[in-house]
Design a protein around this ligand. Structure first.
Ligand code: SF4
Length: 363
């Protein structure tokens, strides 16, 4: 059963210096063509599954004008939703308006994810973002005034020259917004970005680690639960949609470069605009063996701080998690903890989690 939907909107009115996502400058004609093609893909592939979570990401979905957004949101009417479904849309502060927020409400959007990234003017400029923190405060207030309580903000840290004090101020500013979910990202300089061309380097690993520790300490002190390596939420505000990925559950991905996981198959859509318009959706696909499925289940599941529930794992995959790969050895080495019901990465090893997860790749 496929219970989740991701829809990619690849348009932005401004291209950020660090971005390597699939995106294009907003152009009215392209948006019109794209929404038409998106409708074609959704109509062709959706199999009437009951949808529990839907996430519209990008790009910048809120860069669409009000008519375009309504066309997009009308497309979601095709889905059959479960009663308490979660419906998230990504926005940026500059393009979010009262009119758009009211439209989101009309189409039952109930969760907003805002790209704040940093509240420091110097670093906003460095990242190539066009807003400032006063605009963020204004738009968060507007969202709350119009009834949105389930709001995420993104934080990017580990910026060149950034100090721990500057990061602490950023975190305090985000906390002052009083939103229930914060996602954090350590800046990685990716190829084909302006920062890469400008030869910016990733910061020193020790400082990166100290920054991660600072984020964890400050957010946990304020009542946030650290529930996934990079994600923090007040109780009951975890991102249900992202949990679908980490629980290795099925999802549709519609739109340019969107990834899907359906029974026995993972595939990624093309990032070529022209191919997508012609209905040549899929770029590459991976047929999954049982071993692949188990490998994904471990790698994704251990991203959650509570890890993997042994009983659920046995029921879902028909195997004992302790018999897989070198799980038992990792428990003996205290890299993984078995508390009787769950197995999870030892909290003091989370920062080097990738070194542990590599054990579950391949044979
Ligand atoms: S980071 Fe987001 S807003 Fe910036 S260019 Fe990339 S997709 Fe657009």
């Amino acid at each position: 059963m496929i219970n989740s939907v991701y829809i990619h909107i690849p348009f932005c009115t401004n291209i950020c210096n660090y971005c390597n996502f699939t995106k294009f400058y907003y152009q009215k004609k392209r948006v019109r063509e794209y929404l038409k093609a998106l409708e074609g893909e959704i109509t062709k592939r959706y199999q009437n599954d009951i949808i529990k979570t839907i996430y519209i990401g990008g790009g910048t979905p809120s860069s669409l004008d009000i008519e375009e957004l309504e066309t997009l949101l009308k497309l979601t009417k095709i889905f059959k939703f479960k009663e308490d479904f979660e419906f998230t849309i990504e926005v940026n502060p500059e393009s979010l308006t009262k009119e758009k927020i009211l439209l989101f409400k009309k189409y039952q959007v109930n969760r907003i994810s805002m790209g704040v990234e940093t509240t420091n003017v110097k670093y906003l400029k460095y990242l190539g973002r066009n807003h400032d923190f006063s605009l963020v405060k204004e738009k968060i207030k507007l969202l709350k005034d119009l009834g949105f309580t389930n709001i995420n903000v993104d934080l990017i840290y580990a910026l060149e020259e950034e100090t721990l004090e500057e990061l602490a101020t950023d975190i305090d500013n985000l906390l002052s917004l009083e939103v229930p979910h914060i996602s954090t990202y350590s800046l990685q300089i990716e190829e084909h970005t302006k920062l890469y061309i400008d030869k910016v380097k990733n910061i020193d690993e020790d400082l990166d680690f100290k920054m991660y520790e600072l984020i964890c300490q400050k957010l946990k002190k304020r009542g946030f639960e650290h529930y996934e390596i990079s994600n923090f939420a007040y109780p009951n505000f975890e991102a249900k949609h992202n949990l679908v990925y980490w629980n290795n559950d099925y999802y549709y991905g519609f739109g340019l470069s969107a990834a899907s996981y359906i029974p026995s198959l993972r595939f990624t859509n093309t990032s070529s605009f022209s191919k997508y318009l012609k209905g040549e959706y899929v770029n590459d696909q991976e047929e999954l063996t049982k071993k692949d499925i188990l490998s994904y289940a471990l790698i994704l599941g251990f991203r959650k701080i509570k890890g993997i529930n042994k009983k659920n794992f046995q029921e879902k995959y028909g195997v004992n998690i302790l018999d897989l790969y070198n799980v038992k050895d990792l428990i003996k080495e205290k890299k993984l903890i078995d508390d009787g019901s769950n197995i999870y990465v030892s909290y003091d090893k989370i920062y080097i989690e990738n070194d542990i997860l590599i054990n579950f790749v391949g044979e």
